[in-house]
Design a protein around this ligand. Sequence first.
Ligand SMILES: [Zn+2]
Ligand SMILES: [Zn+2]
Length: 399
Amino acid sequence: MIDICEESLKLQEQLVAWRRELHRCPEVGLETPLTAAFISKKLTDLQIEHQTNVGGSGIVGIIRGGKKGQTIALRADMDALAIREDTGLSFASQNGNMHACGHDAHAAMLLGAAGILCTRRDQLRGNIKLIFQSGEEGPGGAKPMIEEGVLEDPCVDSVMGLHIGNQFHEVKNGQVGLHYGNVMACLDSFKIKITGRGCHGAMPNMGVDPIVIAAQVITALQTLVSREIVPTSPAVVTVGIVNGGVAYNIIPDEVVLIGTARALEQGVRDQLAGRIENLVAGIAQGMRGGYEFSYTYGYPPLVNNEEFTKGFKKTAEKIVGAKNVIEIAKPTMGGEDMAYYLEKVPGTFFFLGSGNPEKNADYPHHNARFDIDEDVLWKGTALLAQGAIDWLENNGGPA
Ligand SMILES: [Zn+2]
Ligand SMILES: [Zn+2]
């Protein structure tokens, strides 16, 4: 049997075609019916048993190995963003949405891996679950899929997924970035309504000005990270929306602030959630105003299992060569709902560098000109397929 690298390379043209086809019809959120239909059709062509409409448009496939063993899940997200594409590519999206994060590539690479793995099912020491998930960019597709039992029947013992692109500058084109432990932050949000009492802008003493209170709140929130969180633990508090007021000479009744809180550790996260409200309450009360507050726990911090990741490092070295496996020095404060699977079962989320300025593939993620260097697609397929085989071999039960 030819090796996985060779087989993946042979699929390269096919992977590009799949990725482009998905790129043309990006869909946003949990309901991505066209994308799901495309993937379901390919799985049917490969004669892979699968279930559709799991937690939205999610798809779960299963490849049952010929030998007894454990079950590893391979996960790809497949949703896009509400961004109008500005790449000028021949296969650019025309529908106002855009695959500006590379999820089109993730789905294509996992389809490639599925093809390779199902031709080897007799030799597989255990099962492979294929998870194609929507809603990663929001509101989150992993959680509903888990709630609908994606990690059960057969019970999933480990999980693996990847992100293509250029999130980490040290992970160059075609290289694999790994990190042991907490590598991405939680993705929480909060909404603060400051209530005052509207009045004429020339007579502020007649009312309670929520804009001035909001200004104090915004400034004070920044002291949580600088004065209260342990300096060696990363955290971010960002107010992204400030809404209030209608005219230059009117003090409004209320101001709404909406923002995000990020942390790599659960303890820091809880600290932020509690302290943001305390600060708002104290400031609003001290300035004669009121408030309403809500904090939404979003995606948890993403934690890679150290032992699993060490094992995967050996796989990655086989595929891309040891010098191209990079240990990521610093985590990112971006979030990922892959974190939900990794909360339940050990595994790893790795990064495949696809930046290439010569191909205009060096724009940041979520930019209207974001693109990937398609030449790396086969590597993603090989990494997923070989990663699954190696893990099953090394963690398998009796033959
Ligand atoms: Zn994204
Ligand atoms: Zn993404």
